[in-house]
Design a protein around this ligand. Structure first.
Ligand code: FAD
Ligand code: MLT
Ligand code: ZN
Length: 476
């Protein structure tokens, strides 16, 4: 029996023959969401429990085979798909999808890592609680992937990133041991916080198998407004007013450039985009006010805010949703931008963060440099302005083949954008992570001291470099 046949037999014995996939169309596991890379796995293995994950990791380690943990495979940086070698096992957590417990008094929910985000939100809502993590991929992404990437999303301005929502983890280490850190404590200063080491490590330090997450009371009401603003400076001014007037009620603040919205209109003509004809509004903003008191109170606060903003000239026009259906429709416009953009063709994606106050200046300077170097390049600028996080993406000029643009100009475009990010003391990955797509960029933009500490941690926890090798850091 060859070593490979023996390994596959051992894996089948652990998870069942039907859960070791080697044949047929495995694109759903081997190709990334953005279609940047199509890898080849040795096998896709789908365990159903934490002991099964531990046994798979131990077996692969003994065979010298590396593992790529995978949740919903919606990641943006080519982190959850295998490389092209055909030697890596994709470890899919999708069958581990149970909500284990909900503790209303402790305001926590304990979940398997493969739970789909939307399923967690719905279970918690049915029980009368809010699990606030939210993003357009929530119908497919898993909490394990959210933790693996420390995902952000659309509620960070109030509730923080996934990291801030996590109280404990269960992890299978690179050696196949199980660490149970599902304490659910809000205070625990007993040494290094291993949970925070694992969160955002993109599967390079271990496999997250379970998590205990924070819950909040459901708000009495959530109001959504869609407003047209005369400039990005005005959007930042509006954000300041929203913090002042809504305080903790401000739960969403997303900005969308005119070209980003025009892609939504083009690819999803059934969606009605407010102010699509308002040529004086280069940006629109979606803002959300969650109120613990009543809808009437929420409306009064919103009206005061919008009146003040109009007086100060930072809002040109506004619609406030009259119903939940209308609110969903307004959010749907914002959430459709990544899909519209994907339909328009391959693009150069950036996920950057800058101090909120400096974002307008950053965009002015970077837009100008890009237009000078690549006349006609189309800037798809949108994102989580409330968190200082822009998806400052670049699409080929109209009529230019997208693949050719990426092949010839991606390096140059990235150099302009990331050098400017450095000048503004920002980050080249605000919420999507590093994966393999940005690994080399990380080497160029992170300090050698920080990289040295990161390598030391990786070396200590995964000395044989079997956990998602080639992602985040190069160990060569
Ligand atoms: P995957 O893509 O499967 O994996 C992502 C990374 O996590 C990989 O490195 C993988 O190895 C690792 N990983 C997965 N599961 C585990 C585990 N159990 N243990 C250890 N490591 C693991 N991201 C945002 O931050 N904010 C957004 O607003 C947002 N919006 C999106 C909208 C759309 C339409 C799409 C397609 C994506 C969006 N994303 C967003 C990106 C993506 O959805 C998130 O990064 C999400 O957290 C990935 O979850 P996943 O389960 O799909 O993980
Ligand atoms: C978003 O905010 O829509 C996401 O992070 C996805 C993307 O940038 O495409
Ligand atoms: Zn985003």
């Amino acid at each position: 029996m060859t070593q490979l046949t023996q390994l596959l037999e051992q894996l089948r014995a652990i998870v069942g023959a039907g859960n070791v996939l080697t044949d047929g169309n495995l694109s759903a596991y081997e190709q990334d969401w953005r279609k940047r890379e199509h890898g080849k796995s040795l096998a896709v293995v789908r365990p159903a429990s934490t002991p099964e994950v531990a046994a798979v990791v131990k077996t692969c380690a003994a065979a010298g085979v590396s593992i790529v943990p995978q949740g919903g495979n919606t990641g943006m940086v080519v982190g959850s798909t295998p490389d092209a070698s055909g030697t890596q096992v994709v470890l899919s957590l999708q069958r581990m999808n149970q909500v284990r417990a909900l503790d209303g008094a402790n305001l926590t929910v304990t979940v398997d890592a493969g739970c789909v985000l939307q399923a967690i939100q719905e279970t918690c809502e049915t029980a009368g609680f809010l699990f606030p993590l939210s993003m357009a991929s929530e119908g497919s992404c898993t909490i394990g992937g959210n933790l693996g990437t420390n995902a952000g999303g659309t509620q960070v301005v109030r509730y923080g990133n996934t990291r801030e929502l996590c109280l404990g983890l269960e992890v299978v280490t690179a050696q196949g041991e199980i660490w149970n850190g599902l304490s659910g404590l809000r205070k625990d200063n007993t040494g290094y916080d291993l949970r925070h080491l694992m969160i955002g490590s993109e599967g390079t330090l271990g496999v997250i198998t379970g998590a205990i997450m924070k819950l909040y009371p459901l708000p009495a009401t959530q109001l959504t407004a869609f407003v047209a603003v005369p400039s990005l400076d005005a959007a930042v001014q509006l954000l300041g007013l929203a913090h002042q007037h809504l305080s903790a009620g401000l739960t969403g603040f997303e900005v969308m450039g005119r070209f980003a919205l025009s892609l939504v209109t083009k690819h999803f003509p059934q969606l009605r985009v407010p102010f699509a004809d308002n040529a004086t509004a280069p940006y629109c903003v979606v803002l959300e006010n969650s109120d613990q008191e009543s809808e009437a109170h929420a409306r009064i606060c919103f009206e005061r805010l919008l009146e003040m903003a109009m007086e100060q000239g930072c809002v040109l026009d506004a619609v406030v949703a009259e119903s939940i259906t209308q609110a969903r429709a307004l959010w749907h416009i914002r959430e459709s931008i990544p899909l519209a953009q994907a339909q328009e063709g391959l693009n150069i994606k950036h996920d950057i963060s800058i101090a909120v106050s400096r974002i307008p200046e950053f965009v002015r300077l970077t837009d100008a440099q890009l237009q000078q170097a690549y006349p006609g390049a189309r800037l798809v600028n949108y994102g989580h302005l409330g968190d200082g996080n822009l998806h400052y993406n670049v699409q080929a000029p109209a009529g230019v083949d997208a693949e050719a643009f990426l092949r010839d100009d991606e390096v140059g475009v990235n150099t302009i954008v990331y050098d400017m990010v450095d000048q503004f003391n920002g980050s080249i990955s605000a919420e999507h992570g590093v994966g393999s797509l940005k690994r080399e960029k990380l080497e160029q933009h992170k300090s050698p001291v920080a990289l040295g500490m990161m390598r030391a941690i990786k070396q200590a926890l995964d000395p044989d470099n079997r956990m998602n090798p080639g992602r985040v850091l190069s160990m060569q």
